[in-house]
Design a protein around this ligand. Structure first.
Ligand code: ASP
Length: 324
């Protein structure tokens, strides 16, 4: 009887402590895991949101860059983090392509995470190094076809959107280029600026400053329609790559088991940040479109991820490019 009373009391204390922890969340800094190198497009989005959420949450949102395997190393690490509301993860289309790209993926994107919110949608741009011997799309395709064994294509690893875009581009023009993977497109861009690599497809959140500075050659954008931030840039689709479209979306996730009240608070914090005028201006300057707030719920992210896994699976499998 005494033991039973003690156990009930302890349970009561534990429950009270848990409720207290939830009620006072956050009481310490929050980690936002970014699966690519600092300074790259995913990092830019994470740090911009993080700075704004730090203001509204009253605790620092610390960005932690966990690198490797096109974002799957970070994703796997987050599934093993404590579901206590102090670890969150930002990832893009890579969350949807990984199941088709990796035969032995250590996590299930639909089962091993809690869904928090979406963030921004970003167009990509097809670039080459400044001195690349092609001045428009036609010349680019002709030169690549004639020299495909000599040309390399940078990306941020298998599962990165730079890899996805590169794969779609190669397929669209019927070539196989040497791919040079980096831990993110920040180092890939440095290699492009240094002339060590030839071609890169990357998000406007990284490329707009370089394009405007004229330090890279731009051939087009990967959206179906032209984009406001680069009004004179034609789409790949209008230049003959029929129906070519890669738009980068971003989801924010937490380890499975993170309590729903904390998920809802984090969802609210992200949505508040997406309304913050500083965030709105920065994203607008970099060509990122903020998602519609009305549909920015955890359930909407889960449904969207499922639809993207279903969409990209067959596309990727058709190309027969996987990793064990
Ligand atoms: N998101 C980029 C990519 O997937 C990489 C990065 O953010 O650095 O290609």
């Amino acid at each position: 009887m005494q033991v039973k009373r003690t156990l009930i009391m302890m349970l009561g204390v534990a429950t009270a402590a848990f409720a207290h922890a939830q009620a006072n969340w956050p009481t310490k800094p929050i980690t936002l895991v970014v699966p690519f190198a600092a300074g790259g497009p995913t990092d830019v989005v994470a740090r911009t949101l993080g700075a704004s959420m730090t203001k509204s949450l009253g605790q620092t949102v610390v960005v932690e860059n966990k690198l490797g395997a096109g974002g799957t190393v970070a994703a796997n690490a987050v599934t093993k983090a404590a579901p206590d509301g102090y670890t969150f993860f930002i990832h893009h289309n890579g969350m949807a392509t990984a199941p088709a790209l990796y035969r032995k993926l250590a996590f299930d994107p639909l089962k091993d995470f809690e869904f928090v919110s979406q963030a921004v949608e970003v167009p990509m741009t097809l670039l080459a190094r400044k001195d690349f011997p092609a001045n428009n799309m036609q010349e680019l395709v002709a030169y690549i076809k004639a020299n495909q064994t000599k040309i390399n294509l940078a990306n941020a690893g298998l599962g990165a959107v730079s890899q996805l875009c590169g794969m779609m581009f190669q397929r669209a023009i019927g070539v196989q280029l040497t791919e040079v993977p980096f831990q993110g497109t920040a180092p890939a861009m440095n290699a492009l600026l240094g002339g060590q690599v030839d071609v890169l497809c990357d998000q406007t959140t990284q490329t707009v400053p370089q394009i405007k500075a004229g330090t890279v050659k731009l051939y087009g954008v990967t959206t179906k329609k032209r984009v406001k931030v680069l009004p004179n840039a034609p789409t790949l689709s209008e230049q003959g790559l029929k129906d070519f479209e890669v738009v980068v979306w971003h989801g924010i996730y937490a380890p499975k088991g993170t309590p729903r009240p904390l998920i809802d608070r984090m969802n609210a914090a992200v949505r508040a940040a997406l309304k913050d005028p500083d965030v709105v201006k920065r994203m607008d300057d970099l060509g990122a479109e903020i998602v519609d707030d009305r549909s920015n719920t955890p359930e909407a992210l889960q449904a969207w991820l499922k639809s993207e896994i279903d969409k990209w699976g067959p596309v990727i499998r058709a190309g027969g490019k996987f990793a064990d």
